[in-house]
Design a protein around this ligand. Structure first.
Ligand code: ZID
Length: 231
């Protein structure tokens, strides 16, 4: 069987959860990466059965995640996370929540080439409601760092863990190429970077590791992230 990692699942309301469920339905084992501040509540809701309805397959069985990992895709290594993050109560019990840390845990848990599919379903733009003209440098860089560079880092660190012909996919949005008021804070910039990087990563990682890298431009879906912009 194939194993997928879906990065960016913290509830049952977003694309990541739906993709994880579809992959499991198709026979894959599915691990997820969850943002540490949301991890505790996600595990509690799962344990208490609050997500059983959305976990249910047509045959009545329930979606099971092979493993739920802490992942903060703003950080490539644990050392790159500031002390106040590492010591935060939602982070300090979570081990190495960086992208490199997740790669190391996957190899420790499942061996040398544990992955067939990696899904990047995460984004964050703290100033998404602000027009680009009013966006601060810090807000812009956070949006691009978490929503676009995270994919570069994930391909760099996970491609060596992929079986040949493995596949990466991320989710983008058309505001990268057209003016869509309301998608601000540097999020339009982040999606433009993500799309350009997808082409370059497909070229580089395709040659180096034999993997594919794609991005899918999503339609509107009232996930937790999208509710911030009024979808
Ligand atoms: P979601 O809230 O389910 O997923 C986002 C996840 O990212 C959450 O689980 C967060 O905890 C996680 N996250 C945030 N920061 C970090 C971090 N530092 N480290 C790790 N995890 C983190 O929302 P979703 O399903 O909407 O988002 C998944 C992907 O789909 C993102 O890349 C979105 O940009 C993308 N996407 C979503 C929509 C949408 O409508 N939901 C659209 C396009 C792309 C879109 O905005 N018309 C208007 C708008 C849109 C489409 C059409």
């Amino acid at each position: 069987g194939r194993r997928a990692l879906v990065a960016g699942v913290a509830d049952d309301g977003g694309f990541g959860f739906a993709i994880a469920k579809a992959l499991a339905q198709a026979g894959a084992k599915v691990c997820v990466g969850t943002w540490p501040p949301a991890l505790g509540i996600f595990q509690t809701l799962l344990r208490r059965g609050k997500m059983d309805e959305s976990r249910k397959f047509a045959d009545g069985s329930l979606l099971e995640f092979e493993k739920i990992y802490a992942l903060d895709a703003a950080f490539d290594t644990l050392e790159s996370a500031p002390a106040e993050v590492r010591e935060n109560k939602r982070y300090k019990e979570q081990g190495d929540f960086s992208i490199a840390g997740l790669a190391a845990q996957l190899t420790a848990d499942f061996g040398e080439q544990p992955l067939d599919i990696v899904v990047h379903s995460l984004a964050n733009g703290p100033e998404v409601k602000k027009p680009l003209l009013e966006t601060s440098r810090a807000g812009y860089l956070e949006a691009v760092g978490v929503s676009a560079y995270s994919m570069v880092s994930m391909v760099a660190k996970f491609a060596p863990l992929m079986k040949k012909d493995g596949s990466f996919v991320s989710l983008t949005y058309m505001a990268s190429e057209r003016v869509i008021p309301g998608y601000g804070g540097g999020m339009s910039s982040a999606k433009a970077a993500l799309e350009s990087d997808t082409r370059v990563l497909a070229y580089e990682a395709g040659r180096k590791y034999g993997v594919r890298v794609n991005t899918i431009s999503a339609g509107p879906w009232a996930s937790r992230a999208a509710s911030a912009i009024g979808i």
